[in-house]
Write a protein that binds this ligand. Structure first.
Ligand SMILES: O[C@H]1[C@H](O)[C@@H](O)[C@H](O)[C@@H](O)[C@H]1O
Length: 568
């Protein structure tokens, strides 16, 4: 953004803008990006000077950086947004619970499905959820555009309730696989719709953190699942409790949905401008009506349906727009490759099978040890929350990927030295130094994953303009689940066929390839509005431009500090 140092002439009518957006009050906790937002607010005077109250002049309102002048973004945001995020994010809790719970269930399920389950059966049980989620993820985008964001959240919760009932009543392998598949559909729907909904409600300065609330709830769901697994590990038919308790958050989500507003972008698309206005007014309680109208106008520009014709013709045109408009195609490449990398890095093989791995290595309490993995994931997702908008996405991704690669190499080496008996089974027990190295390297790996790759791909909605957002995020989510399926369906086989050392080294290699790709193609999106990101991706991946922008923001921040110190 143009942050030239010259002072803007001030035409602000303080009656019309009673809230002191020009305040020079210095907040010691302010991030560089927040500071920039405050400064943008102080520059809005020039842009609003020629506008009659309530009348939108499109030329003026599209006159700022990259053609946009979205001053409402500089306004304080209501605390209500966090309540909304937490409520919508229960979908994340569902996702986390349903994917995490299987780890502990698999080690105690024994022969209650009419046979003793093998490694192959475990892979079927786990990957049926991923397959269901893949189907849910593919359909969610189109459903969300057709029905609205809220109805899809409701459908996801109902499907999860049905899937849980099917699992609880399972007495055969295929019955259980069926239940896991159904629940997967609900998880897949939730995995797309919740971050999409959140990023459409979120002001750009907190959008990153708001989507992390969702990932935070996924990881919380996984911790709760592991905790429940540990609690029911020694209870008769405990696994039925484990899988059945998924009904609780699903039910909760259904009830809470009544209070959530529909996404303003969707409301505008459905020509319900007044409702959209009210929603935005509740998010920016101190904004001037003019600013909210400008925002509505900008959203309108973004959502305008460029296509006419039958539904099929529209889908075909949307596909064409996604693939043949260069900025959209770049967005698709970024979103899909990051989602693929998230899964192919192998994290979920720990999430789904950590209890099985720790049982194999010789830990006495494999489920409780697995809780350390889920707990680390959870704690470091919170850490990402506090740094994502400060450090920016790119730096976070590049640094944490290096941590993952290093930890995977150490883990691969440690497995190589872990003693085995003459049948080839690990025989050392949990006090062996190599077993401890494995545990520590897994913790480092998970901590690095959770601070970067665990979060960033879910910021995907910000990459696409409204016209292709449903389809684009749907495809990226499908890539996530397809890669998740590939990992879940092959992990135990890989451990047997190419040894644990080979498996973890393979994941390390995939992470290294991901690092190279991210270095060359992943720009810094922090502080760009959704509308601006398309412009950034117009002529290339915008890595250089976005870094220059970040440098300018930082420099400007330093200058402002100096100015403030001089004034003081
Ligand atoms: O972002 C989430 C999170 O990292 C979860 O822990 C993981 O299980 C999911 O696959 C991922 O999408």
């Amino acid at each position: 953004m143009d942050l030239g140092r010259q002072k803007s002439p001030s035409f602000v009518d303080n009656e019309a803008f009673p809230h002191d957006v020009q305040s020079s009050h210095e907040n010691p906790f302010e991030t560089p990006l927040e500071l920039e937002s405050r400064e943008k607010a102080s520059k809005k005077s020039v842009d609003v000077a020629n506008v009659d109250e309530g009348v939108i002049n499109p030329e003026l309102s599209l006159s700022g950086h990259h053609g946009f002048n979205d001053t409402v973004e500089c306004q304080p945001v209501s605390k209500r947004i966090w309540a909304l995020a937490a409520s919508a994010g229960i979908g994340g809790l569902l996702f986390g619970y349903d994917t995490g719970v299987i780890s502990g269930a698999l080690v105690v399920i024994g022969n209650s499905l009419g046979k003793t389950i093998t490694d192959g059966d475990k892979e079927y049980i786990t990957s049926s959820t991923s397959l269901g989620a893949l189907i849910g993820g593919i359909t969610a985008g189109a459903l969300a555009d057709f029905l609205g964001r809220k109805p899809v959240i409701a459908i996801a919760s109902i499907i999860v309730i049905i899937g849980s009932i099917v699992q609880v009543t399972a007495h055969s392998l295929w019955h259980m696989i069926g239940g896991r598949f159904v629940i997967g559909i609900g998880v897949g729907l939730a995995s797309l719709i919740v971050p999409l909904y959140l990023s459409e409600l979120a002001p750009s300065k907190i959008r990153g953190r708001l989507v992390i609330v969702y990932v935070f709830l996924i990881t919380l769901g996984q911790v709760i699942a592991y905790g429940i697994d540990t609690a029911f590990e020694h209870v008769k038919h405990g696994w039925r409790w484990m899988v059945g308790l998924a009904i609780v958050p699903a039910f909760f989500q259904l009830v809470i949905l009544v209070w959530l507003p529909e996404s303003p972008r969707l409301l505008i698309k459905k020509e319900k401008a007044e409702k959209a206005y009210n929603t935005l007014a509740s998010i920016y309680p101190t904004a001037h009506p003019y600013e909210i109208q400008t925002k509505l106008h900008l959203i309108q520009e973004g959502v305008r349906d460029p296509f006419s014709g039958t539904r099929l013709q529209k889908v075909m045109k949307t596909l064409k727009e996604l693939y043949f408009v260069p900025s959209n195609f770049r967005a698709l490449i970024l979103a899909c490759s990051l989602q693929a990398l998230q899964q192919l890095s192998g994290f979920n093989s720990l999430m789904y099978f950590s209890s099985t791995i720790f049982q194999t290595v010789g830990f006495d309490n494999p489920t409780a040890t697995g809780l350390i993995i889920a707990g680390t994931n959870f704690v470091f997702t919170i850490a990402a929350f506090s740094v994502i908008d400060r450090f920016g996405r790119r730096l976070l991704l590049l640094v944490t990927l290096l941590g993952m690669i290093a930890a995977l190499i150490v883990c691969a080496v440690a497995f190589h030295f872990l003693p085995r008996d003459k049948n080839g089974n690990f025989s050392a027990g949990q006090s062996n130094p190599w077993a401890i190295v494995i545990l520590i390297s897994m913790i480092v790996y998970v901590a690095s994953y959770a601070s970067g790759l665990g979060n960033l791909p879910w910021q995907q909605s910000e990459l696409f303009p409204m016209s292709v957002r449903g389809l684009g995020t749907g495809m990226a989510t499908a890539v996530n689940w397809a890669s998740n399926l590939a990992i879940g369906a092959t992990f135990l086989t890989l451990m047997n066929k190419i040894t644990p050392t080979g498996t973890f080294a393979l994941y390390g290699g995939l992470c290294a390839a991901g690092w190279v790709m991210s270095y060359f193609c992943y720009p810094e999106f922090a502080d760009y509005t959704i509308e601006e990101i398309s412009i950034l991706l117009k002529d290339g991946f915008g890595v250089k431009e976005s870094m220059e922008h970040l440098r300018r923001v930082r420099q400007e921040h330093a200058w402002s500090r100096e100015d403030n110190q001089t004034k003081a």
